[in-house]
Design a protein around this ligand. Structure first.
Ligand code: TYD
Length: 404
């Protein structure tokens, strides 16, 4: 029961959120069927991997019409342009390099590689976003990545110089198979470069809303180092990113030669400081999460009792965990404003809050707005300067409930 998905050791429970719907499962009608699963997080004391217990099938999470489109935020577009520059730098000295991206979404990063005329391939299982990527001039293979597809790609295109992935590896349940695939597809001196939400940030901020079905793994330097070692690879560099509430870029070399950079030692030490290598480090996390939920509910109840309108901003996947765990629904939040065309007119999973276009938010200028897209706070505060000038207040909740 509850064995580690990486090393099969008996895991220890971190936190349990009860029954949850699919985070990106926005529904078109209130009578729609919804799938629920048990959302709980486990820690492996052997390889340090923090991971989900039960995982809905991939087809439930990434169907034909995956709702998540990367290019809805200008800050993310800038971030991925910088990431493309880093990859171009990494392959600059290589002859006719080949770059593969797992989960290329709408081509937000890979289009810059394509524009430079660099040989590339995006691997994207969701048809709707893969089509968007193709429109930007990116070459895309529409399937899930594993050992078999790695062999197929290597046969058709030759070995890869860099395999990169952003917000993707955390969703691959069989990571051992993916790493076998990396070993097959990478050139001998090839590099795996991936970025995902960083466990250290999640625990420091108590940002438990990062925990949902698509996020099967919550990586740290400790767990990534072990995972790489298990597959004859080496974690050589870590580079922290100030996006998605704190992400980490991991650089992993094929083979076991080479020295890790000083940054790796620095982050491993910081992780040890939070006790992320022991179950005790996660006890305080659970207490903090429950405090935040209690405070948020009380704050909203108080505002609502004064007959004030409250809306949400950003129908994020993350907010599915927060809303369903706290049971905050349409009686409290009138609607959520979102700029993603595929989400407008739908309802949030589980709690069924309507999603409306941003024009509704501008028209209403509600006195209170819960910022579910808190990871885009800087960009949104800039965009909504006038709203705040007129007295509109945003409510945020990590690391504590704040009205500003
Ligand atoms: P995202 O940050 O990708 O979070 P998650 O991975 O949890 O879904 O989602 C941001 C959501 O917020 C997305 O649906 C688009 C929306 N959004 C706006 O409506 N307006 C904005 O200005 C920004 C930046 C995002």
């Amino acid at each position: 029961m509850d064995k580690c998905k990486i090393c099969k050791t008996q895991t220890k429970p971190v936190i349990s959120f009860g029954k949850m719907p699919i985070a990106n499962g926005f529904i078109s009608s209130l009578n729609a069927d919804e799938f629920f699963y048990d959302l709980k997080v486990l820690f492996c004391p052997n390889c340090f991997m923090v991971q989900l217990g039960q995982i809905p099938r991939p087809e439930m999470m990434f169907g034909e019409t995956y709702a998540y489109i990367s290019s809805t935020s200008s800050a993310m577009a800038d971030h991925f342009k910088q990431q493309a520059d880093e990859i171009i730098r990494l392959v600059s000295k290589r002859k006719d390099p080949f770059v593969v991206e797992l989960g290329c979404n709408d081509g937000i990063m890979l289009k810059h590689i394509a524009e430079k005329g660099i040989n590339h391939l995006g691997i994207e299982p969701a048809n709707n976003v893969a089509d968007l990527a193709k429109k930007t001039g990116v070459r895309v293979l529409t399937e899930f990545f594993d050992q078999k597809s790695a062999q197929k790609i290597a046969r058709a295109h030759g070995p890869a110089d860099v395999i990169c992935a952003s917000n993707t590896l955390l969703s691959i349940e069989n990571l051992n198979s993916a790493f076998e695939g990396f070993n097959i597809l990478l050139r001998d001196n090839g590099l795996l470069f991936f970025e995902d939400p960083y466990l250290f940030d999640i625990v420091s901020l108590s940002s438990f809303d990062q925990i949902y079905d698509e996020h099967i793994y919550y990586f740290s330097g400790h767990s990534v180092r072990e995972l790489a070692k298990r597959h004859g690879m080496k974690l050589v560099k870590m580079n922290h990113q100030d996006v998605h509430g704190g992400s980490m870029c991991y650089y992993i070399k094929k083979g076991t030669a080479g020295r890790p950079s000083a940054q790796v030692a620095k982050w491993l030490k910081k992780e040890k400081g939070l006790k992320l290598d022991r179950i005790t480090g996660y006890k305080r996390f659970k207490r903090n999460v429950d405090n935040i939920c209690r405070n948020l509910k009380n704050t909203l109840k108080k505002i609502k009792s004064g007959n004030n309108q409250i809306v949400g901003y950003g129908a994020t996947s993350k907010s599915t965990t927060l809303l369903n765990y706290t049971r905050i629904g349409p009686k409290t939040i009138d609607y959520i404003s979102d700029n993603t065309p595929t989400k407008i007119g739908k309802f949030t999973p589980g709690m069924h809050i309507p999603i409306k276009a941003h024009s509704q938010f501008t028209k209403d200028s509600p006195p209170f707005t819960v910022l579910f897209a808190w990871n885009h706070k800087k960009e949104i505060f800039q965009k909504e300067k006038d709203y705040r000038k007129k007295g509109g207040k945003f409510i945020t909740y990590f690391p504590k409930v704040t009205i500003e």
